[in-house]
Design a protein around this ligand. Structure first.
Ligand code: SF4
Length: 128
């Protein structure tokens, strides 16, 4: 039997879930199949709920705490990444083409043009 648990309480998700899918504007932007990979999450939007976690365990908040831009004007993202107006890493391609969910590593998928360049398969000249 499987359950879907939807929450912004990332700490609770960590303790209840086996897998984690992060959604923004109706699309999955990051997915890990195994919750121990939790600390490998790196999509720019994923960092937002992490930055709001109150914890005494500094290991869980390591690398997080990123603030985001306010949306920049009326930029049309209908064809591109929905997060682009708020993303500090956004570039021209982000507003033109919606990023697909691609394999970033074992049991880890990310939809982000910027992060594709860090994927081992991308660097090896494979999946793009
Ligand atoms: S695709 Fe571009 S705008 Fe979207 S999260 Fe990645 S860098 Fe930011």
């Amino acid at each position: 039997m499987s359950y879907f648990f939807i929450s912004h309480d990332i700490e609770t998700v960590y303790y209840l879930a086996d897998a984690l899918a992060v959604m923004y504007f109706g699309s999955v932007v990051e997915y890990i199949e195994d919750i121990p990979l939790f600390e490998q999450l790196q999509h720019p939007y994923t960092k937002k709920p992490f930055s709001s976690v109150l914890t005494c365990d500094s290991r869980k908040s390591k690398g997080f705490g990123v603030d985001f831009e306010e949306p920049k004007g009326n930029q049309n993202t209908a064809r591109g990444c929905a997060f682009a107006p708020r993303c500090r890493d956004a570039w021209e391609l982000c507003f033109r083409e919606k990023p697909a969910l691609k394999e970033a590593g074992s049991q880890h998928h990310i939809a982000c043009h910027q992060l594709y360049q860090t994927f081992p398969l991308y660097q090896a000249g494979g999946q793009r």
